[in-house]
Design a protein. Sequence first.
Length: 590
Amino acid sequence: MNPGDMWKLTLMSVFLLLLLSAPAVAQTSTTAVTRTHTKKTVKTAAPPAVTASDVQALKDALAAQQQQIQQLQQQLQAREAAFQQSQQQAQQQFQQAQAAATEAQTKTAAVESIATEEKASVDKLSTDLASVKSSLISTAASAQAGQNRMAALEGLVSRFRLIGDIRIRGENFFQSYSGCSACLDRNRARVRVRFGFEGKLNEDFLGGLSIATGSLGDPTTTNETFTNFFDRKTIGLDRGYITYNPVAHKWLSLTGGKFAYQWQRTGLTMDQDINPEGFDEKLSFDLNKGVLKNFTAQAMQLLLNENTTTTLLNAHDAFAVGGQLSSKLDFGFFTSTPSAMVLAFHNTDELLNASAFAVQATTTGASGTTPALSIPTPGEGPGCQAPKNGVTLPSFAPCAFSPNGLTNSTFIGPDGKPHYTSGFTYGDLILNNQFKTGLARFPFNLLLEAEQNLSAAGHPLSPPTTKSPDGVLRTDLGRQSHGYLIDASLGQIKNRNDIQAGYAWQRLEQDAIISSFAESDQRAPSNILQHRIYGLWRVRSNVVASYTLWIGRTLNPSLENAVLAPGWSTKLDKNEPWLKRMQFDMIYTF
């Protein structure tokens, strides 16, 4: 029961009490009126009397009402207690809600603070992102530019290839004869380093350059001996050239600069390490019909020395011009590459009157054969050709340029300068053959060469004497103009574990070639009989191990400028003792 219903019930109870007490009040009032009006009027009838049962009933009703009121009061109290409990719970819930609201407000404030901070962070991140984006765009542009440059570099690099090698050599010399106290064995170690690149400059032009070790005054070798107390070794420009080989005319090739040999040749005429300077023009046609597979014709112009001194050969330059015809023949079971060359040298006497720079002279002195003063100068080099065997060549520049010794016939002219007895025009025939043996890795190779100096003098000279300073003309001997080579080998060294073994025989007369450019490893530049035994093994694709045994002696020891063993003369024997030279090589190629 709610409080409203309780108040209504209380009002009804009061109303009933008033209603029950109304007859008595009315009766009293009526009696008084009657009494008042008795004196004046006639007396009225009395109302019915209230019985005890009515009173009792009223009491019972009142008791019941009071009981209900008590019940209602109890219920009201219970409700008030429940209401208070509910109110307390509500208060507690309100307090909890208020605490939760406060906490939520605190959290909201914290969240708002965090949100503000996050907004600031987001704004900063947005700014940083914009900066990063800008940087990325810039970096991307730079990267693209770098990629473009790298692509251009890769394109450039892809057109070229590295070339070169490193060779380590152990070498010893043995030569002796009975009673020789000066015939000492010689042992040395050497290194050769060559490095460069070559490739396409564009569609029509090729080019390359390389550097190499070796004395600047010796073009016949790139070796450096392990000596001079760990000093640094000399490195110089070994090659530098450009070749015009147009795509539209593959048969045409024009080369200028300092280049490798463009024509077929062997070590009989020039050392393998020489890179000639000048120009070469080649016409090469691949036929691929029948036996004839290729035909090549070429011309060469080689520049030896520029001379602007009128006192020397009327300021004429030293040079060589020539040409070669070659072809490739395929007979099925063997192939052959024949060639014929003519090469004419002009003003070669400049080689006997070279400057101090050309010969890398290590001493200085007055001009002429008898210096007023000798001053040592630093630096390596072959220097001037020292007088020997009675030869009266100058010891100070201008002097003979002959890195490996001068063996050609010479004389002192009316001008007081040394001159070659012979001119030099090479006529060179080469026949290079390869025969199939049934084993692909073991072909049989046979090289035949015959060379003749077409400008050689009719007779050589004997060594000079006091009575004959220029030597005596040897009318008993004819032209010393011929050179011959036979080289036979079995095998090849193209692939890993390939082996090749061979033997070469060579006979080279005194004036067959210019001794200044001859093979540096043989017994002497010319006037020699030489044997060579060799073997090669390709240990890896880019590593070759080799052994070479050179066995040689002077061909005619009675000629001028002949190279002889220490203290030996023709009085001891008609033949000079053999010089044995062994070489052990390990070659790394890249």
